[in-house]
Design a protein around this ligand. Structure first.
Ligand code: GLN
Ligand code: ZN
Length: 740
């Protein structure tokens, strides 16, 4: 390509290299930090991020930055404020919407598309007139212009995405219409500030059924272009699929498309195919999202191959950017001092992705049509024998040889309070300040207490309490080959909450038993069965950064094979009940519903691969946590778990009812109380819950198959809440037993 190729960013981490945003927010909320100092922290962070992008050579810098959440920012900017916040203003109202204030409940939070980021859900119920307030936004843009001059590109969350992500009774299309004049006014103001281009982010266009937005998007975009400010219509989180043919014809200057899709997905992103098949109009710039914004790995020649293909496909005007906003990546790998060079050499965090964008743009400028082939994604799990995926007998045949249960057997989900003492001991051990034997002694004392208390409470199936685990994925990642841990690799989950996912960098293998020591210690203290406690393969994968050179399926199978060895070892050590938690099973669902089946197929297989080694007499339990699975019941059934424990308090029997209708026939343990509340639930409250399960007709009322347990693990609670709650739970079960 003879002409020059632009480099663009469409979003960048806003939390700071040292988590400055979190620290500033938390001390402001506590009252230890003034508003001025909070605002200064955020404007400094933004300026720093924009300067970084400028010095990397990015030509069109998307002006990202938020104090809490970008969707909340647009709720504020466009003035679609839920009525209960009417009496409040400014920053106080902003944080009230995010976190609640006095009797005003916070807005709901929801997963942002298929990412692990959570946004605040716009409420569109009783919405009257939008009352925009552009002050904050314009101030940010002015600061951007001051910092990077002509490179400053304001980012607007488009009206269709803003409203499309909302909930409530309002007519969404009518609402978008109402907002368009306000967006126009804003564009006029931006034009007045002298910006050269704006980004209109409409990721809603990649969701299934997005053709329904055609009229609304066409109308709003056409209207906005009348301002005469060039618009880059930005999409991400996958290809735009069915909407491609009309989206590329919209009267905008540039369209940004995602070429990477979901990292490691078995179904590749179709953007390149769409362009090769339908062409790309020569009157606009294709802003190609080639640098993978969701993978921590450096580009492996994919970028140059894609560019080659685009040149071959006759694309006339090209820009290079990341496939998604870079907000889902850790900020800078150069902060990592403890990782081996063979790993850091291959990593690329947000700062390194900037260099990749710029280098790809420079390379593209020199390319001429020729042969370009994309590297294919490998699958290095040897052909696995079919038999590995199935237990020796069916559930009916297995059940009679498993532990005998009375009606309404009681248990818990695994973790008990993470006390200050046990946290302190773990940290001291990690830092080498507490010897192995001294640490082990403390863990053992914890288990002695936990087992004794559970016996006193008369719980049927006991747990060791997970005192040795800081986190259900990290614990296993640290014991398995193929995982590494960063020191500074934080990414925003929501607001001031960040996570630091492990990175899978190589083939996953188990060195030696990971949980058998604690299990044995706990089991030796009691005659009652103690559960073995493992995190499932799909959850370990979904809460880590996966490799990019092999599929997610292959990685899940590798993890599953390692867990399979653990299941076998637990069984050998005398464990009769093994729980394999899969709280993140649903999180991995692709955005596009036609890709659910392939995902669920391998996710279910991975679970079975890890558990099917168990003999008939071993009871396999799974815990799915706070996830709605009414629409994936077949997959849940396919797990072939002997016991299914689920959250139930918040969702009000929805899942139990769905399972009853489905005629689910294995044991279930719907939670009888919410573990997030410090309130001690009464026996009557929980007894009524159990009755309500029976009323759904689940398991034809066979009380031996209906387990009584809390919604989830109890690690965030204190013993003084846990013990009376469990006492009441056990009474509720016993009262129910007597009433039979
Ligand atoms: N066994 C884990 C615990 O009890 C399960 C946690 C989860 O579902 N997220 O903490
Ligand atoms: Zn849970």
């Amino acid at each position: 390509m003879a002409q020059s190729i632009s480099s663009t960013t469409i979003g960048f981490p806003r939390i700071g290299k040292n988590r400055e945003a979190k620290k500033a927010l938390e001390s402001y909320w506590k009252g230890d930090n003034s508003l001025e100092s909070l605002q200064k922290t955020f404007s400094d962070l933004q300026v720093e991020a924009w300067q970084l992008q400028k010095s990397a050579g990015i030509q069109l810098i998307g002006l990202d930055g938020t104090m809490y959440d970008q969707i909340l920012d647009w709720v504020h900017t466009m003035g679609i404020i839920p009525p209960r916040f009417a009496g409040l203003e400014g920053v106080q109202r902003y944080f009230a919407m995010a976190r609640g204030f006095e009797d005003k409940l916070a807005m709901d939070m929801s997963k942002f598309f298929d990412t692990n980021y959570h946004y605040l859900v716009p409420e569109l119920d009783e919405l009257s007139e939008p009352k925009p307030n552009f002050d904050w936004f314009l101030a940010k843009v002015e600061a951007g212009i001051k910092t990077v001059g002509e490179a400053a590109v304001p980012i607007l969350v488009g009206p269709n995405t803003l409203i499309g992500l909302g909930k409530g009774k309002a007519d969404k299309a009518a609402l978008v219409k109402k907002l368009v004049p306000h967006y126009k006014t804003l564009l006029e103001k931006l034009k007045g500030l002298g910006v050269k281009e704006v980004q209109l982010h409409e990721p809603i266009l990649v969701t299934p059924g997005a053709n329904k937005y055609q009229a609304s998007v066409t109308e709003s975009v056409t209207e906005l272009t009348k301002v005469g400010l060039p618009i880059n219509l930005v999409t991400y989180y996958d290809d735009i699929g069915e909407t491609y043919s009309w989206v590329v014809k919209l009267p905008v200057q540039a369209v940004t498309l995602d070429f990477a899709g979901v990292p490691g997905s078995a179904v590749p992103c179709a953007t390149l195919d769409l362009i090769q098949k339908h062409g790309f109009p020569s009157d606009k710039r294709l802003n190609a999202g080639i640098i993978d914004g969701r993978s921590v790995w450096a580009d492996t020649g994919v970028a140059s191959a894609i560019v080659g293909n685009l040149v071959n496909a006759g694309v006339k005007s090209l820009g290079i950017t990341s496939s998604t906003t870079l907000q889902h990546l850790p900020i800078d790998k150069s902060l990592e001092k403890k990782l081996p060079e063979h790993i850091t050499g291959r990593l690329a965090f947000a700062v390194q992705k900037l260099d990749e964008i710029v280098q790809t743009a420079q390379m593209a400028a020199k390319l001429s049509p020729g042969d370009a082939k994309l590297p294919t994604v490998g699958n290095p799990v040897a052909n696995l024998d079919k038999g590995l995926f199935s237990r020796p007998s069916t559930f009916k045949e297995r059940r009679s040889s498993q532990i005998k249960t009375r009606a309404f057997p009681t248990t818990t989900i695994g973790s008990f309070p993470q006390t200050t003492e046990i946290r302190r001991a773990r940290l001291a051990h990690k830092n080498g300040k507490l010897s192995d034997s001294e640490y082990e002694k403390q863990v053992n004392e914890y288990m002695q207490f936990a087992i004794k208390e559970q016996e006193k409470l008369d719980i049927d199936v006991l747990v060791h309490g997970e005192p040795e685990r800081s986190d259900m994925v990290e614990y296993f990642g640290q014991k398995l080959d193929g995982f590494c841990f960063t020191e500074h690799g934080w990414v925003q989950s929501y607001g001031s909450r960040y996570v630091r996912p492990p990175v899978i960098y190589g083939d996953v293998k188990r060195q030696s038993a990971m949980t058998v020591k604690e299990f044995k210690y706990a089991q030796d203290l009691t005659k009652r069965p103690v559960k073995g406690m493992l995190t499932g393969p799909v959850t370990i994968l979904n809460w880590s950064f996966p490799r990019k050179d092999i599929t997610r399926q292959a990685q899940a199978f590798q993890i599953a094979l390692a867990l399979r060895e653990e299941v076998a070892d637990l069984e050998k050590a005398g464990c009769r009940v093994i729980q394999v938690d899969e709280p993140a099973l649903r999180e991995g669902l692709p955005l596009k519903t036609d890709r659910w089946q392939p995902y669920l197929a391998w996710a279910v297989e991975a679970f079975r691969l890890s558990t099917a080694v168990a003999q008939n007499h071993t009871q396999i339990v799974t815990h799915l946590c706070y996830s709605d699975f009414a629409d994936i019941l077949e997959a849940i059934d396919g797990l072939d778990a002997d016991v299914l424990t689920i959250e139930n308090s918040r969702s009000g029997n929805e899942m139990v009812t769905a399972l009853a209708e489905y005629k689910y026939s294995r044991d279930i343990g719907p939670g009888v109380y919410d573990v997030h509340s410090p309130i001690v639930p009464t026996a009557k409250f929980m007894g009524d819950k159990i009755k309500s399960f029976m009323d759904t007709g689940i398991l034809a009322g066979n009380a031996e198959y209906i387990w009584v347990n809390p919604d989830c693990g109890l690690k965030t609670r204190e013993w003084k809440q846990v013990l009376p709650s469990l006492e009441n739970m056990v009474s509720a079960a016993s009262n129910m037993r007597q009433s039979l």
